[in-house]
Design a protein around this ligand. Structure first.
Ligand code: ADP
Ligand code: MG
Length: 611
């Protein structure tokens, strides 16, 4: 008798139920309809096509943009006992021919293929002999020129599908939800009245934190004291930053590796693999790292610098906690980050075929995005709410799991400082940027201040007793609240607004600031329970033993540990402490095949452990 979708889910993947949204897309496909799923990273898009692929009569082709991604997925499927293969440039000609031959013989249920291969003669020839039930387009936003991941060869998908003898079901998946990208995908893939699903972008297991540390390196080291054995990513804006942070971590004895475009192909590949295989737990990288990384047990993502926009931030931060366990996303803001990002925007090359006006428009849009990213670092509202609103969703305005919701703020009267800053801008005729104004009212004797003659500004030194960081906070507050305006363009000079006069005429300015004693408390917070151990009845000892066993198996089989079992699965084992096969199969993530392979070794490990 034919297997049902739930049986397949349990047997191959070891899960009891679908997540929100998954079922609707699976059903759509099984009814023969096209589907289009827009779900955030970690939501479980792969299962949406993998489960139907197992139940449909013919082969499913999955189009995927990256070699590493395909490899990872195929390894996972093979581990689960599903016959799958990939066709891309990493194969030798011989391997490629063999894979095509096996495909034509119907040995695979799922075949991953690089978009560049679709229209090649050998592939078309092989495909003409088989029954293709579905073509699945993963990372479908690569078809759109609006995103940063545009892949011209994704435009061939439509021609490929049109050329098939029988039109298969088309399914498309992405985590990018902007309107332009969505419309591009619908049109360019020619989806036929698809079942559309957009699931919420909220990732409840992620805790969002923004900090403005005086010394970022110190902050990172303090964090790693508690979290150094867990897997995490530290994103930096520049290669130089990556190298510095990486070297410092090594000096302190942390198992760190690094990734950026300045390293050779081989070193990059090696470092990425060290991270995936848990040989090195900490990855220090630029944004070049991450696309196609499905590692599920990343427990934290630290942004050592503020990234260029919320899209990038959420995508990068979202690499934490794909297994659904509590994880932390920490952004360390520094004033220089705005300048660096601004510089990147100014240096952006004119996109191919774009006229100067379009190029200008693109830059303006980037500046606007950067502004919203900066506001994120200064808002006192719920951080989660801020992000969701950016993507057009509305949450509750209190999540209870971000640094703003968890901080008590008090109102501070900053009228005098505000008046000085605004007065200084007015007297200097809008010629200068934020730092110059701050330095002036603080009475700095720096050469650039004196050279500009700012020591003759009537507000010079009027706030010499206020610390610079506070003046900067007030400055940011004034910009956020519209009392001052930051000009676009290269120099970002500070300008007056309609509201500026209100302050000069005596209306007061009140700002929220973290309560002092509260702050001290978060800084010296006692060692937090490991995220994995969020649930009380899990023993750290047993968890570590299972983790060690997983690592041994991973080494034997030469696969990343999370492909053997996820952290979540191990945590569940600690909770249930199964003593036999039946009980082990109850553990989320333990399917029949995985049980055959590893079940007994894990059972033994649990039995040996005297808790
Ligand atoms: P996406 O492609 O949407 O970013 P993935 O397909 O890589 O996400 O899935 C993320 C993780 O969620 C994987 O570890 C996967 O095994 C797990 N997962 C997916 N669906 C389920 C489910 N129904 N129950 C439990 N775990 C699931
Ligand atoms: Mg995916």
């Amino acid at each position: 008798m034919a297997m049902t979708k739930l049986e397949a889910l349990k047997k191959y993947f070891g899960y009891d139920s679908f997540r929100p949204g998954q079922e609707m897309l699976v059903d759509g496909i099984l009814e023969g309809r096209d589907v289009f799923g827009i779900m955030p990273t970690g939501a479980g898009k792969s299962l949406c096509y993998q489960i139907p692929a197992l139940l449909l009569p013919g082969i499913t082709l999955v189009i995927s943009p990256l070699i590493s991604l395909m490899k990872d997925q195929v390894t996972t499927l093979n581990q689960a006992g599903i016959h799958a293969a990939y066709l891309n440039s990493s194969l030798t000609l011989g391997q490629f021919r063999t894979a095509l031959k096996y495909m034509a013989q119907g040995r695979y249920k799922i075949v991953y293929v690089a978009p560049e291969r679709l229209l090649t003669e050998s592939f078309l020839e092989a495909v003409s002999h088989v029954d293709i039930s579905m073509v699945s387009v993963d990372e479908a936003h690569c078809i759109s020129q609006w995103g940063q991941d545009f892949r011209p060869s994704y435009l061939h998908i439509r021609a490929f599908v049109d050329g098939l003898n029988r039109r298969p079901v088309l399914s498309a998946f992405t985590a990018t939800a902007t309107k332009e990208v969505k419309e591009d995908i619908l049109a360019l893939l020619n989806l036929n009245d698809p079942v559309m699903l957009t699931t919420g972008f909220d990732r409840k297991n992620l805790k969002f934190i923004v900090q403005h540390p005086a010394d970022r390196m110190k902050t990172v080291l303090a964090y790693l004291k508690d979290h150094g054995t867990e897997c995490g990513i530290i994103y930096c804006l520049t290669r130089k930053n990556v190298d510095e942070v990486w070297e410092t971590l090594l000096q302190h004895g942390y198992p760190a590796t690094r990734y950026h475009a300045g390293l050779g192909d081989e070193e990059r590949r090696q470092n990425q693999e060290d991270f995936l295989f848990d040989r090195r737990q900490i990855m220090v990288a630029t944004n070049a790292f991450g696309m196609g990384i499905d590692k599920s047990n990343v427990r934290y993502v630290i942004h050592y610098n503020m990234p260029k926009n919320i899209e990038s931030y959420y995508q990068e931060a979202g690499r934490a906690g794909r297994d659904g366990l509590d994880s932390e996303c920490i952004l360390l803001y520094g004033g220089q980050d705005v300048v660096t990002n601004q510089f990147f925007i100014d240096q952006m090359e004119q996109p191919e075929g774009a006229d100067p006006e379009t190029a200008q428009l693109i830059k303006e849009r980037e500046r606007e995005r950067l502004k919203k990213m900066t506001f994120y670092c200064f808002t006192h509202e719920c951080l989660r709410e801020y992000i969701l609103r950016y993507f057009g969703e509305y949450g509750s305005n209190y999540c209870g799991n971000c640094s703003n919701c968890l901080t008590q703020f008090e109102e501070v009267d900053v009228t005098d400082l505000a008046k000085a800053l605004i007065g200084c801008v007015k007297e200097s005729r809008w010629h200068y940027g934020m730092m110059m104004i701050v330095d002036t009212v603080h009475g700095s004797k720096a050469a650039k201040v004196l050279k500009a003659g700012m020591d003759r500004n009537p507000w010079y030194g009027s706030c010499e007793n206020a610390p610079v960081y506070q003046l900067r906070q007030v400055m940011n507050h004034l910009v956020l609240e519209g009392y001052l305006h930051l000009a676009d363009g290269e120099y970002r000079t500070v300008e007056l607004t309609e509201r500026s006069e209100e302050v000069l005429n005596g209306s007061s300015v009140v700002m929220k600031a973290a309560k002092k004693q509260q702050k001290a408390e978060t800084e010296s917070k006692p060692k937090k329970k490991t995220a994995v151990l969020g649930e009380e009845d899990i023993d750290r000892d047993l968890f570590e033993k299972l983790r060690a066993l997983r690592l041994r198996i991973a080494k034997e089989e030469k696969v990343p540990p999370y492909i053997v079992f996820s952290d979540k699965t191990l945590a569940h084992m600690c909770q249930l402490r199964p003593q036999n096969r039946e009980a082990m199969l109850e553990v989320s993530g333990v399917g029949e095949l995985k049980y055959e392979k590893y079940g007994e070794r894990f059972l033994e490990c649990i039995q040996d452990w005297k808790g």
